[in-house]
Ligand binder design. Structure first.
Ligand SMILES: *[C@@H]1O[C@H](CO)[C@@H](O)[C@H](O)[C@H]1NC(C)=O
Ligand SMILES: *[C@@H]1O[C@H](CO)[C@@H](O)[C@H](O)[C@H]1NC(C)=O
Ligand SMILES: *[C@@H]1O[C@H](CO)[C@@H](O)[C@H](O)[C@H]1NC(C)=O
Length: 450
């Protein structure tokens, strides 16, 4: 999604606001202390203050939190006490969550909520062209024709339950019984402070129990938005990670205050990792001209996914052969770090062929490499990127599950994010749509239902 710019509050405003927050917090603390001290002395007061003791939640609830570009390992960059509380008291993919290929934001977020590979859910890149109509997809397109498959909020709504999404790829698309209801489905705006997002999700737990969403998605743009600019090892990333940790703390605190933290399932994950792209790791397509010309208007994306769509009538096999001849010749700078395929000949584990939206020629670059058309100023891009082969460890993100169905302190092996759809429908005890996760996966990481 877009980069976030939410530093617009003026300093004086901030001071006023924090003074007010401090005042309210103090008031709350005083009130809570008074109530609990009284309750300790006399158990009937508790019953009187809160009504008869009643289980707060009538059914399982899952909050799915995504921190964009949270590379596996970032949780060790800086103290992350809240994330570690979830890890220590929950179940963690010990060596991270494996994204789908291409390891971009939109394809991955939509795989997480549909359980489908991009070729099946249709969001094959952050931007692409529909070949029959020439219509262009971008993250702002919300017509259902782009978004195939059945995302979790639709599955939940189809079964008569409430769902909510505070920003998620595809959540504003009306499909099935999901009509992106007011108050439960937010229009994307990267300026909305993270605190407001968390507090809105928390406020659902103040509603009557049949209005509490069974499933709520919550999205943060960071640390991805910093990672692209500075690469994975900058101090800005450390700060972004600390900020995400504090948002997790805010969520946990809010759930605890409402007495539901142990009953609600919180899943914290990310869509992909990040790798540095500096050090001159760039391949120029114009360097291939002695073998084959690749005009810029054939190129749908340069890196990390090189996607080429020549006009009808060109011999695709021949283009691929000539490109690879040039790259292997030893005469093209860094040529050995790019390999070009007809999409049908990509390694099958990438599942990146079975959609007519996927351009016919796909290039795979080595980790951290970039591709540009020609040697011009600025063609060498120094920062961070993702989109590479999902086999690279640097592309992995995190998976942590905390709640009644996740064992405490358990570590499980890494798995692909298409498994998550079935995990969530299992926890919610609802019937899911057909997808690419395995039916038996949920029982391998979940405790049996009570
Ligand atoms: C986006 O959110 C910011 C911060 O809450 C707000 O000031 C702004 O008006 C919003 N923009 C739109 C288009 O709603
Ligand atoms: C395309 O090129 C390949 C490799 O040069 C060749 O074997 C094949 O016959 C060509 N196909 C057509 C339809 O010309
Ligand atoms: C993924 O699941 C869809 C829907 O069931 C199916 O059509 C598709 O063939 C599956 N893809 C793979 C690679 O198994």
């Amino acid at each position: 999604m877009g980069s976030d710019h939410h530093a617009s509050t003026s300093p004086s405003n901030q001071t006023n606001q924090s003074t007010r927050t401090l005042f309210i917090t103090t008031l709350l603390l005083v009130t809570c202390n008074a109530v609990s001290a009284a309750a300790l002395r006399n158990p009937y007061i508790k019953a009187r203050a809160h009504g008869p003791v009643k289980k707060k939640l009538d059914r399982p609830v899952v909050i799915l939190v995504s921190s964009d570009g949270f590379r596996f390992g970032y949780q060790f960059k800086t103290p992350t006490p809240n994330i570690h509380r979830l890890i220590n008291q929950g179940t963690e993919a010990e060596t991270g969550l494996i994204p789908v290929f291409p390891t971009y934001t939109f394809p991955n977020h939509y795989s997480i909520v549909t359980g489908l590979y991009p070729a099946s859910h249709g969001i094959i890149n952050n931007r692409f062209v529909e070949p029959r109509t020439g219509d262009q997809f971008s993250p702002a397109r919300h017509e259902p024709k782009w978004w195939l498959g059945e995302p979790l909020w639709e599955t939940v709504a189809n079964q008569g339950l409430k769902a909510a999404a505070y920003f998620w790829a595809g959540s504003e698309v009306r499909k099935g019984s999901w009509d992106c209801p007011k108050g439960y489905c937010m229009k994307y705006n990267s300026s909305v402070p993270f605190e407001e997002r968390v507090d809105t999700v928390l406020s659902y737990f103040d509603l009557p129990s049949d209005e509490i969403p069974a499933f709520a998605a919550l999205y943060f743009e960071d640390p991805d938005s910093h990672g692209h600019v500075v690469g994975p090892d900058d101090v800005a990333i450390t700060k972004a990670v600390a900020r995400i940790d504090s948002m997790i703390g805010r969520l946990i605190d809010g759930l605890e205050k409402r007495g539901v933290f142990e009953d609600v399932t919180v899943i914290l994950l990310g869509d992909h990792g990040m790798v540095g792209t500096c050090e001159d790791k760039v391949i120029f397509l114009d360097d291939l001209a002695p073998w084959v010309e690749i005009p810029a208007d054939w190129v749908h994306s340069y890196f990390p996914l090189l996607a080429i769509w020549p006009p009808a009538g060109h011999n695709l096999t021949e283009i691929v052969q000539r490109m690879n001849q040039g790259l292997d010749s030893g005469k093209v700078e860094k040529g050995k770090s790019l390999r070009v395929y007809l999409k049908e000949e990509l390694p099958a584990r990438l599942h990146y062929a079975a959609s007519d939206r996927i351009p016919p020629i796909i290039g795979m670059v080595d980790e951290g490499f970039t591709v540009a058309q020609r040697r011009t100023e600025g063609a060498r891009y120094c920062g961070g990127a993702h989109g590479y082969d999902n086999e690279y460890f640097s592309m992995r993100s995190i998976f942590i599950g905390h709640g009644p169905r996740f064992a405490r302190g358990r570590k499980v092996p890494s798995f692909e994010n298409v498994q998550i759809y079935n995990v969530i429908t299992s926890i919610l005890n609802i019937k899911g749509a057909p997808n690419n996760g395995s039916k038996s996966f949920p029982q391998s990481i979940l405790l049996p239902a009570q």
